[in-house]
Design a protein around this ligand. Structure first.
Ligand SMILES: *Cc1c(COP(=O)(O)O)cnc(C)c1O
Length: 400
């Protein structure tokens, strides 16, 4: 079967593993060895200098980690991929690979809290100019990119208000200005969106989230053309933010059910979003699958489904949140997302804890905003759970 005809679900199960199976094993082994020995000095030299395939030292490469990179490369339709200890390591190492003092980077205000911190705290002190545009204001981004920049960095859908940016349009703007266009694809996953096919240069993920899917392993990955990935790999192999082989194994195993999980998570998110829209105590629901979402049409065009993340704002702000969330039986109240369990949390304690209330307000994040990462549970139970929690919170309201 021609490679390009193989569907994503089949790729998630099979891709990238063949070369790493040994002793007839049907599963990729966890290779914990830090070093790789050679009796032949010429062979050792050839592997160490990249003339021959093989491994030297665990900070550089590892077979289990490479199997994960191979699978990601196929799913994102990339020439190459390189991995990291965390998603933040993927992001910061990519910046460090390409940015030097005097450079300019254009991005959006709604990036992941940690990414935003890099923009506001760490890059400026390296004399890198950071321009953060209003998320979804395509004209403003185009204008800033046209002034010249080294990197245009995007995230879509965004955390936590799930705003959508037109990837193809932004990739074009970036290309014209000679910028590297990078997209954080963590929320969409390669099943719902492949930014490289829309013209961007690099796509990256926190593998900790949907890719791993079980909230038990940290990881990050960047996918793109060979020459760019080689540069990022080189920076990482020296700086040492290497993915752990055990984490690579857990994420690989998680990825075998990626398509099943994400399909269910999208379905649950759509159903929950529709329910929340009718709920008395809810002030606003943010989900790109809703027709009321300002960029629903763009989302429909560039995504195959709308993802498992949504958020909603409640009447009464944090007071209501405090009564509502502890009532939920089938939800972890935690900072994580993308897991098989439904996970909830106020944006101010999860994605945007690093920001001040003023910074959050500037990003359009109400203090009573609740982020929901939909799990794979039966949605009827989740709706009933929320319904019960709302009635409890409502009672607190009327009792005051
Ligand atoms: C979690 C997350 C990150 C950071 O990933 P870690 O693995 O926690 O370092 C980056 N971007 C997005 C969109 C995320 O959700």
């Amino acid at each position: 079967m021609a490679k390009e005809n193989i569907k994503k679900g089949t790729q998630a199960v099979w891709a990238g593993e063949k070369d790493y199976l040994v002793h007839g094993a049907t599963q990729v082994p966890v290779v914990l060895s830090v070093a790789y020995g050679y009796n032949d000095m010429d062979e050792w030299y050839d592997v160490a200098t990249g003339r021959k395939k093989g491994h030297i030292y665990g900070r550089n490469t590892n077979p289990t980690v490479q199997a994960f990179e191979e699978k990601m490369k196929v799913l994102e339709g990339a020439e190459a991929a390189t991995s990291f200890s965390t998603g933040m390591a993927a992001i910061s190492n990519t910046f460090s690979t390409f940015l030097v003092p005097g450079d300019r980077i254009v991005s959006i205000k709604d990036t992941y809290g940690g990414t935003n911190k890099i923009f506001t705290e760490f890059l400026p002190r390296q004399e890198i100019e950071v321009v953060l545009c209003d998320t979804g204001d395509h004209e403003q981004i185009e204008k800033e990119v046209a002034k010249g920049c080294k990197i245009l960095y995007l995230e879509t859908p965004t955390n936590p208000t799930v705003k959508i940016t037109d990837i193809e349009r932004m990739a074009k703007a970036g290309k014209e200005a000679g910028a590297l266009v990078i997209v954080d694809n963590t929320f969409a996953t390669p099943l719902n969106q492949t930014p490289l096919s829309l013209g961007v240069d690099l796509v990256l993920h926190s593998a900790t989230k949907f890719l791993g899917g079980h909230a038990d392993a940290l990881g990050g990955v960047v996918c793109g053309p060979e020459d760019l990935i080689e540069k990022i790999y080189h920076y990482r192999e020296i700086n040492g933010a290497t993915m752990d082989p055990m984490a690579a194994y857990l994420i690989l195993r998680g990825m075998k059910t990626l398509h099943l999980r994400v399909r269910q998570q999208c379905e649950n998110a759509m159903t929950l979003a529709n329910y929340l829209q009718k709920e008395e105590l809810v002030e606003g629901v943010y989900y790109p699958g809703l027709k009321t979402h300002p960029n629903h049409e763009i989302a429909k065009a560039q995504m195959t489904d709308f993802g498992g993340m949504l958020s909603f704002a409640v009447k009464g702000g944090m007071d209501t949140v405090k009564h509502l969330l502890p009532q939920l039986q089938f939800a972890n109240r935690a900072a994580n997302l993308g897991a098989v369990e439904t996970t909830v949390g106020p944006a101010r304690t999860t994605s945007h804890i690093e920001c001040t209330p003023e910074e959050r307000a500037a990003m359009g994040i109400p203090e009573g905003l609740i982020r929901v990462s939909c799990g794979i549970e039966d949605i009827e139970d989740i709706i009933a759970d929320f319904e019960g929690a709302f009635r409890h919170a409502e009672k607190m309201f009327t009792d005051r």
